[in-house]
Write a protein that binds this ligand. Structure first.
Ligand SMILES: Nc1ncnc2c1ncn2[C@@H]1O[C@H](COP(=O)(O)OP(=O)(O)O)[C@@H](O)[C@H]1O
Ligand SMILES: [Mg+2]
Length: 255
């Protein structure tokens, strides 16, 4: 196992509000890290740091041992709970646009052979997420589960090494969610991804993750609620796939 991402004494502050304090941890390549924690704990901020959308106030984040540039790169993709896709584009259009933004950042247009190649890759990725028969549908014509499949295709078509998921299945019905779990596990393995997934669902965190990190404040000052930030209050490496862990053992409650 090799370290892909390193957080070294990372702090995130907004004015006098401390959101994350003194966070140091390493993320192994090809791991599946589940992040849990109460609302406002800084889970999305943690993902934004990895995405490069935001830099830490103090400390550093290293990718392959090199400080992460504070910009989004094609090696990292993200899927949100909702609204990751553009409503005015078909499934195919959305997926091609994902590539155009990465390969032609100024014009966001590809032409000729480059566009044909992009289209082929988009069709392949849409097929991989189970939307091979829905290339020409628009998001409004799709169920919530299909829209999330599309959002995943749009993120993965850039061939990122790191896939960030921010409560990606939170709005889906339980049956659809189970299908998405099967899909994400397959994509994780087929594309050798490193996944960092924020979830409110403890069972999902344990059943998908190879490691579960709980972010929360360890100290509270009732007179100054923003004085302390979140730390990793639990960091559990899971030795075995955790389908085997019975529900009683998964008894951490969050929220
Ligand atoms: N751009 C920002 N400016 C000021 N405060 C912010 C900003 N982004 C997030 N916060 C605050 O940081 C805290 C953590 O937010 P977030 O990372 O979204 O938490 P979570 O995803 O765990 O619910 C919240 O208190 C939120 O209000
Ligand atoms: Mg959040």
């Amino acid at each position: 196992m090799s370290t892909l991402l390193s957080f070294r004494d990372v702090w995130v502050e907004y004015g006098d509000r401390i959101v994350i304090e003194k966070l140091s941890l390493d993320i192994e390549a090809h791991s599946f890290v589940s992040i849990i924690g109460p609302s406002g704990a800084g889970k999305s901020s943690f993902l934004r740091l990895i995405l490069g959308q935001e830099g830490p106030t103090h400390g550093s984040i290293l990718l392959d041992g090199i400080p992460l540039a504070p910009e989004c790169g094609p090696d990292r993709g993200i899927v949100f709970q909702r609204y990751s896709v553009f409503p005015h584009l078909s499934a195919l259009g959305n997926t091609i646009l994902g590539m155009e933004c990465a390969r032609a950042p100024l014009s966001a247009r590809l032409f000729g052979a480059a566009r044909r190649a992009a289209k082929e890759e988009a069709v392949e990725m849409l097929t991989a997420v189970g939307l091979g028969d829905s290339l020409h549908l628009y998001p409004a014509q799709m169920s919530g589960g299909m829209q999330q499949r599309l959002a995943i295709a749009q993120a993965l078509v850039k061939r990122p090494r790191i896939l960030l998921l921010d409560e990606p299945f939170g709005a889906l019905d339980p049956g659809i969610r189970a299908d998405m779990h099967v899909l994400i596990r397959k994509l994780w393995s087929d594309y050798a991804l490193t996944i960092v997934m924020v979830t409110h669902d403890i069972r999902e965190a344990f059943s998908l993750g190879t490691r579960v990190i709980a972010l929360d404040k360890r100290r509270h000052d009732p007179h100054a609620p923003h004085r302390f930030g979140a730390v990793a209050v639990y960091d559990l490496p899971l030795k075995e796939r955790v389908e085997q862990i019975s529900d009683e053992r998964v008894s951490i409650t969050i929220d």
